[in-house]
Design a protein around this ligand. Structure first.
Ligand code: OVM
Length: 407
């Protein structure tokens, strides 16, 4: 938190919270309620930013990409005023028309047709991982649902699909922790994550080069777009970087949070175990209930008005995606985890032109992991208190000791 606070503009409800402090990140729900109840648009004095926590206002901001732009950064830092901590993403931190071009290439690679092609491999990996865990457990080993399952699975299937070799994949975890911290303030958390920045960034950038990518992965398809003249040879590694930035930590947290939701709601796990077709809706509900990405920012491109509040040009607006996903103005009984809910319209993948371009792959991973679990495990028993890994932006988990009761 900054030592001084910034004066509130007139006529905006003030909510004096630090969305990046340990206490907020540990149990965000009560803070999210305060933010929502204060109004659709609030002022957060500790950072001098506007915030939206209601579903209606988060949706409004994300669906007006001309007024609420991404090119000045989607974290707290305003790239019009300070240099980005790394070269800007060509898709995340960009606006039309350049965003449109980058998005089209990634959308083509991460298409429903691709999912059809990778589905059986992704499903087989999920099944064999659950099988191995049950064997290790039968041999007397303790299983951690985060370290041994939620981290292992995406770290296997996604870099495989991109075409990254298996050595050094732990760099992807360190990199993810760093960039999702970097969307927040330069607090102690970011400083700690950034200590390792140089070797990790060097590893990531090396693995964006064509010669270090397999001939049959998503990475090579980016380079083929460069061959075809759609992008330059300098842009190709930057688009591969987006795969490596956005594709691992997000799905690890998505799966970890889903396992946490299911382990702490045994009745809901029971429904899934009885009916495996609930795997997909259960994953979706856990994204609503514990959204991996908690916040993204936009920057105003002009003086504007949002739901009765005047916003000056070039000001930061934080959207609390996770708060929108528990807004009782939008959802019946939002604090109930209900695998039968089918929560269409949740904000965990964002909304509008920047809505997650990899969501079909993320959903595939969630679905096949929960299906494999539902088939082989009748109950997930929590053996100790699950521990969170605090991150400025990501609702992440550190550990979750469990016993998987075989079906
Ligand atoms: C990117 C990127 C990085 C982090 C997250 C993200 C959730 C995208 O580099 O394009 O989307």
């Amino acid at each position: 938190m900054t030592s001084s606070t910034i004066d509130a503009p007139a006529d905006v409800p003030v909510v004096d919270v630090d969305p990046f402090a340990d206490d907020f990140l540990t149990h965000p729900q009560e803070y999210h309620r305060r933010l929502r109840d204060a109004g659709p648009v609030v002022w957060i004095p500790s950072y001098g930013i506007y915030g939206c926590a209601q579903h209606v206002s988060v949706h409004a901001v994300l669906n007006d990409h001309g007024t609420f732009i991404s090119g000045a950064g989607v974290g707290l830092a305003n790239f019009n005023k300070e240099a980005p901590f790394r070269p800007k993403s060509l898709i995340l931190e960009a606006d039309p028309p350049s965003h449109t071009k980058a998005r089209a290439i990634l959308a083509r690679i991460l298409s429903p047709r691709t999912v059809t092609q990778i589905r059986s491999t992704f499903a087989a990996e999920a099944e064999s991982l659950i099988e191995r865990l049950l064997q290790r457990q039968a041999a007397g080993e303790k299983i951690d649902a985060v370290k041994d399952l939620a981290e292992v699975y995406p770290l296997k299937v996604f870099p495989d699909a991109v075409g990254v070799g298996s050595a050094g994949r732990e760099n992807l975890l360190l990199y993810g922790d760093m960039i999702f911290n970097a969307f927040g303030p330069r607090n102690e958390r970011l400083r700690k994550a950034a200590e390792k920045v140089e070797p990790v960034t060097a590893w990531i950038m090396a693995h964006c080069q064509r010669e270090n990518l397999s001939k049959d992965g998503f990475g090579e398809l980016i380079w083929q777009a460069a061959d075809a003249g759609e992008i330059t040879a300098a842009e190709a590694p930057m688009l591969v970087r987006s795969f490596l930035s956005a594709g691992v930590d997000t799905t690890i947290s998505g799966i970890a949070n889903a396992l946490f939701c299911l382990a702490s709601h045994p009745d809901q796990y029971g429904l899934l175990h009885k009916d495996h077709s609930l795997a997909r809706p259960a994953f979706e509900e856990s994204l609503r209930y514990e959204s991996s990405v908690q916040t993204f920012f936009r920057t105003t491109s002009c003086d504007t008005e949002l739901m009765g509040v005047s916003l000056p040009k070039d000001t930061k607006v934080v959207t609390f995606l996770a708060a929108a996903n528990r807004d009782e103005r939008h959802w019946p009984e939002p604090d109930r985890f209900d695998v039968q809910r089918r929560p269409a319209g949740h904000m965990a993948f964002g909304s509008g032109i920047h809505g997650c371009v990899g969501q079909v792959v993320a959903r595939l991973e969630g679905e096949v992991v929960l299906t494999a679990l539902a088939k082989r495990v009748s109950r997930i028993e929590l053996l100790g208190e699950p521990k969170r890994r605090l991150n400025n932006t990501m609702r992440a988990m550190a550990s979750m000791p469990v016993r998987l009761i075989p079906a």
